[in-house]
Design a protein around this ligand. Sequence first.
Ligand SMILES: Nc1ncnc2c1ncn2[C@@H]1O[C@H](COP(=O)(O)OP(=O)(O)OP(=O)(O)O)[C@@H](O)[C@H]1O
Ligand SMILES: [Mg+2]
Length: 315
Amino acid sequence: MKAIEVKNLTKVFGHLVAVDHISFEVEEGEIFGFLGANGAGKTTTMMMLATARTPTSGTATVSGYDITRDGSKIRESIAVVFEELSLDVDLTGRENLDFHARMYHIPKKTREERIPRALELVGLKTKQNMLVKHYSGGMQRRLEIARGMLNQPRILFLDEPTLGLDVQTRRMLWDYAKKLNRESGTTILLTTHYVEEADYLCDRIAILEQGKILVTDTPGGLKNSLGDSLLSVKLLQGADELAKLLREVNWVKEVNQRDGWLELTVDSEGTRIPEIVRLSREHGFAISSISQYKPSLEDAFLHYVSRKLEDKNHE
Ligand SMILES: Nc1ncnc2c1ncn2[C@@H]1O[C@H](COP(=O)(O)OP(=O)(O)OP(=O)(O)O)[C@@H](O)[C@H]1O
Ligand SMILES: [Mg+2]
């Protein structure tokens, strides 16, 4: 059984198609991420899967249960941490967890085991008796995650888990999520607009743009899809002409012009710098700067998103 199976899921708000016929599957035990800009439809998709929003059309199952028919079964098997925090700030950290555990009818003995463990895992044991209103933003978010874990969900939904957190707290949360995934086999679906977060955490990533999935692949697969290397070339003059020449070269996969720079995707493990320098010199163009590097996930993200914008302009 797949942890999550989505077919043509769609959400329309008035005239806006916020989620537009998306389909994907998440394997059990996977960390799967939605990467996309503000307004791409990440939260809306997650809310439909968490049965907090009704889809306009399409189908999906979570832990094998249908999102439109078996809402309560799904809610028993998942935990959700949304962007908006939902803690009781007039209670202490520990009280928040205890209250939540009672709501889930977790027996006293189990509560007494799980609460300290959850606090320990997110590094809040020493702050457990402090009122949550005196917690920092990062501590509150960690407490939310600890709370979500109390009913030992099979699937954890994290909506922008590290938004606005400092570098150390962010890294700690990432490692906590990984540990949870590895040790308890919890499937994690997360949304983010941080490329480095998706790269560090996710087994697979779906790039979302204007309600549509542009591509789904592993971080490595997305990077490799750009070719072996990228080259940035800065010319004093003749950028248009050199771009035209390079488009005819067989090892050049793609040529883009951005802010006076030529960006090339090349099919080659070795360096192509000498050949490009020679080619420009032969045609009388002076290169002022050139460098070659491996594609990053950010390069891949920009590649897919900007290609979509170009397609749109040609419609
Ligand atoms: N309740 C609503 N009513 C009307 N429009 C909505 C509603 N919720 C979301 N939208 C719209 O749907 C689109 C997708 O929103 P969504 O919150 O899913 O994006 P997101 O990818 O989570 O963005 P962000 O990165 O900013 O959190 C946006 O254009 C948003 O304005
Ligand atoms: Mg969102």
